[in-house]
Design a protein around this ligand. Structure first.
Ligand SMILES: NC(=O)c1ccc[n+]([C@@H]2O[C@H](COP(=O)([O-])OP(=O)(O)OC[C@H]3O[C@@H](n4cnc5c(N)ncnc54)[C@H](O)[C@@H]3O)[C@@H](O)[C@H]2O)c1
Length: 432
């Protein structure tokens, strides 16, 4: 089976590597020549554990390649997956223009090809978006029996995306009648899917992301309250999670970093915006991002309270094992500290500013134009002999920290790294 994958960002890159591994012949399509060249030469597209060998072996096999030519990609595949970005607009609304452009060009290519094709939308979109695409561009092809359309939300998490692809936490596919999965698409899906309407599949993705954001915000608020009472927030949340009957899964239920990344803030914003437009009041949802912002401000206050002008940040991407800087709390913190005259150094072994591409590069350019000056590969030099060290990820060898953290350092442990207590530094937990 041959698939074309439109958009070689985080989702498209992982999907390309994983589907190639599962035996598909994959053609990636992107508008950025650098991504096309990288894929064709088997070079990394993003930082994601386990992905690089898949891409390099795939390119070497000749069964994974990339092009900018939509006609060629559609002609040489039976299924097209759309994984282009759906960013937030300034007012929080969702921008689905990239999806529109791609869907239009795929529709034209399917018409020229004139053989049966499946279109699988994977970009996160609000309920009604797939139907809009169908009404605006696709209905004649469906009526002619040469196109079927599915909405197949992606639930992978950056940092564990390859493993998530192989073992998805949830599999839902929205189809035209809400019941029948097109045969060609069945082979593509990993796991047993719940088949539902397009709209249900679209909303499920927002429901999940809003719930994840809520869990993180909840754990962070309980964590802050704990600290105020001199209690360990980690312990409170850990005990809370032991109740698996009433309190469900423990995932995300740990106090720590304010949430960020390319999905949770954007998707909560879009959900809230669309509810407002529909005249629906969602007081819980409306306050999730405020809660996250208050949590971020508490981190800022903690850094300021240390009263040391030298600050090092270890781990600046939005979470461990990724180079994704989009809506990262540490990026925001870094900029704020620079603006307020702190002397800042950053250590993040996953980040190479020269290799950033696409929306991730844009996030870096917009929010951290000075990233290259602040980022240093030499961990001891980043730590120096004293100052505040904000550690958001376990991205540095603990032995080096043992050797180089001194009593002149105050460490702010953002995400709980208990071994830090064994260093000579004064360690303060964000919520414990
Ligand atoms: N990143 C995640 O962890 C994640 C997880 C689940 C779902 N999603 C959703 O998946 C979608 C993609 O997210 P992402 O993080 O991979 O985005 P991204 O910004 O990293 O990548 C999008 C890619 O699409 C390309 N593109 C834009 N217009 C194009 C066109 N006309 N033709 C071909 N390519 C085009 C861009 O050049 C870019 O390479 C979004 O809707 C996002 O909400 C993301």
């Amino acid at each position: 089976m041959r698939v074309s994958i439109f958009g070689l960002g985080y989702v498209g890159a992982v999907t390309s590597g994983c589907l190639w591994k599962r035996g598909f012949e994959v053609t990636g399509v992107d508008v950025q020549q650098a991504k096309i060249d990288n894929l064709n030469h088997g070079r990394p597209l993003i930082v994601e554990p386990g992905l690089d060998p898949l891409l390099s072996e795939g390119a070497a096999s000749g069964r994974l390649r990339a092009t900018s030519d939509v006609d060629e990609a559609v002609a040489n595949s039976e299924i097209s997956l759309v994984c282009v970005g759906t960013p937030s607009q300034v007012n929080g609304a969702l921008n689905i223009n990239f999806v529109r452009t791609v869907v239009q060009s795929i529709a034209a290519a399917v018409r020229r090809k004139d053989r049966r094709h499946s279109l699988v939308l994977r970009s996160t979109m609000l309920p009604g978006s797939t139907r809009q695409m169908v009404n605006d561009y696709l209905q004649p092809l469906i009526d002619d029996g040469i196109l079927d359309v599915c909405f197949y939300p992606e639930f992978l998490r950056e940092g564990t995306a390859v493993a998530d692809f192989e073992n998805p936490s949830l599999v839902v596919v929205g189809t035209a009648d809400g019941q029948t999965l097109p045969e060609a698409v069945r082979d593509l899906i990993v796991g047993e899917p719940a088949v539902t309407s397009w709209e249900t599949a679209e909303l499920i993705k927002y429901g999940c992301n809003a719930f994840h954001a809520l869990k993180i915000g909840f754990a962070n608020e309980i964590g802050r309250m704990s600290r105020r009472f001199g209690i360990d927030g980690r312990e409170v949340m850990d005990l809370l999670c032991r109740d698996e009957v009433l309190n469900i899964s423990r995932y995300y239920m740990k106090p720590g970093n304010p949430f960020g990344g390319s999905c949770l803030p954007k998707d909560v914003r879009a959900l809230v915006y669309s509810a407002r437009m529909a005249g629906e009041s969602l007081p819980i949802m409306e306050n999730i991002l405020d809660s996250n912002e208050v949590h971020f401000q508490s981190l800022v206050q903690l850094v300021e309270s240390v009263r040391l002008r030298d600050v090092a940040i270890l781990g600046v991407s939005f979470k461990a094992n990724t180079d994704d800087l989009r809506e990262s709390a540490m990026v925001k913190l870094a900029q704020l500290l620079v603006q307020n005259g702190y002397r800042l150094r950053i250590y993040d072994p996953n980040l190479d500013p020269v290799k950033l591409l696409g929306s991730n590069k844009k996030a870096a350019d917009d929010w951290m134009p000075n990233l290259s000056e602040l980022l240093m590969p030499d961990l001891p030099a980043v730590l120096g002999s004293e100052g505040t060290v904000v550690i958001s990820q376990k991205c540095a060898p603990i032995e080096v920290l043992m050797d180089h953290l001194t009593p002149g350092h105050t460490v702010i442990d953002v995400n709980s790294w208990p071994e830090l207590k064994q260093t000579r530094a004064n360690v303060i937990g964000l919520c414990w």
